[in-house]
Design a protein around this ligand. Structure first.
Ligand SMILES: Nc1nc(=O)c2c([nH]1)NC[C@@H]1CN(c3ccc(C(=O)N[C@@H](CCC(=O)O)C(=O)O)cc3)C=[N+]21
Length: 284
C-alpha cells in the first residue's frame, strides 16, 4: 500500500481563498489586516520563507511591511522597531523571523511583541493560553497540521499520537493541540530510550527534529498517519523532510516535503493575522 499524500499546497490555496473573501468583507468595514515581517541578517532559508510570507499576504489581500535589518542590528534597535510596530494602527500582526543573530536574545524579542499582535503565538501569554485551552492565536505549524488532519478526516480522539521533537515552536504546542482534541500524546526527544519502539506505537506520528531521513520504515506502524514537519536540504540542495521516502509504503496518510506542512504554516500565519485584525477592531 502507498500512503495518501496530504496535499498542503492544495489545502493552502483553498484556505487562502476563503481568507481573501473574508478580507474583502472586512475592508468594506474599513479594516485591512496588516502584517509586519522582520528579518535580521541574511540567512538564505529565512529569506525564502519571508518571501513566501509576503506572497501569501498578497494572496489574502493584506497590507504588509517588510523590515530587512542588517546582521549588526543591536537588540535595542530591534526592540525599538517592535515598540513602534506595537503602536502602529496599520499593523495587526508582527513576526520576527527566527533565528535572530546570536548577540540578540530570542526571548527578549518574543517578550517585546504585544501579545495581541503576536501572530506566531510565541509570547508567554499566548503560550499560557494554549496550555489552558482558551486561545486566540494558534502556533502556525501545529495549527496547519491540525487543519490537514481535519481535511483528511483524521480524528486524533483516543488515538496514540507520538510527537518527535519538543521545541517551543512545534513539538510542545503540537502536543497540546492533539491533547485538546483528546489524543493520547507522547512527546519524544533526543534522550528518549528506544525511540523506534515508541514511534511504532503511533497511530499519528508527527516528526519535527530537523534531520533528513530520521524516521525510517522500521519505526512506523503499518497504516499510521505520518506528518513530516522537517525542512532540510540534502547533499544536492533539494528540500526534504525528516521522514525517509520509503515510509510512504507503510503509512496510510503522509505529508510530502515540500508541499505538506510548510505551506500550511504560512497559511495559518495569515489566519492569525486576519483574526488579530478582527480582535483589534472588535469584530468577531
Ligand atoms: N518567527 C518565526 N515564525 C515562523 O513561523 C518561522 C520562523 N520564525 N523561523 C523559521 C520557521 C520555518 N518556517 C517555515 C515556513 C514555511 C515553509 C514553507 O513554505 N515550506 C515550503 C517550501 C520549502 C522550501 O522550498 O524551502 C514547503 O514545505 O513546501 C517552511 C518553513 C517558519 N518558521
Amino acid at each position: 500500500m502507498s500512503a495518501v499524500r496530504m496535499d498542503g499546497k492544495a489545502l493552502s490555496a483553498k484556505v487562502r481563498g476563503s481568507i481573501l473573501a473574508e478580507t474583502e468583507e472586512l475592508k468594506k468595514q474599513g479594516v485591512t489586516p496588516g502584517l509586519a515581517v522582520i528579518i535580521v541578517g541574511n540567512d538564505p532559508a529565512s529569506e525564502i520563507y519571508v518571501r513566501n510570507k509576503e506572497r501569501a499576504c498578497e494572496q489574502c489581500g493584506f497590507y504588509s511591511e517588510k523590515y530587512a535589518l542588517p546582521e549588526e542590528t543591536t537588540q535595542e534597535e530591534l526592540l525599538g522597531l517592535i515598540a513602534q510596530l506595537n503602536e502602529s494602527p496599520a499593523i495587526s500582526g508582527i513576526l520576527c523571523q527566527m533565528p535572530v543573530p546570536k548577540h540578540i536574545s530570542e526571548q527578549a524579542v518574543i517578550d517585546a511583541i504585544d501579545p495581541k499582535k503576536d501572530v506566531d503565538a510565541f509570547h508567554p501569554v499566548n503560550v499560557g493560553k494554549i496550555m489552558v485551552g482558551n486561545f486566540d492565536f494558534v502556533p502556525c505549524t501545529p495549527a496547519g497540521v491540525m487543519e490537514l488532519l481535519d481535511e483528511y478526516k483524521i480524528d486524533p480522539k483516543g488515538k496514540e499520537c507520538v510527537v518527535v521533537g519538543r521545541s517551543n515552536i512545534v513539538g510542545k504546542p503540537m502536543s497540546m493541540l492533539l491533547l485538546h482534541r483528546h489524543g493520547t500524546v507522547t512527546i519524544c526527544h533526543s534522550r528518549t530510550q528506544d525511540l523506534a519502539e515508541v514511534c511504532r506505537r503511533a497511530d499519528i506520528l508527527v516528526v519535527a527534529v530537523g534531520k533528513a531521513g530520521f524516521i525510517t520504515p522500521d519505526m512506523v506502524k503499518e497504516g499510521a498517519v505520518v506528518i513530516d514537519v522537517g525542512i532540510n536540504r540534502n547533499a544536492e540542495g533539494k528540500v526534504c523532510g525528516d521522514v525517509a521516502p520509503e515510509v510512504m509504503e507503510k503509512a496510510s496518510y503522509m505529508t510530502p516535503v515540500p508541499g505538506g506542512a510548510g505551506p500550511m504554516t504560512i497559511t495559518m500565519l495569515m489566519k492569525n493575522t486576519l483574526k488579530a485584525a478582527k480582535l483589534q477592531n472588535g469584530i468577531r
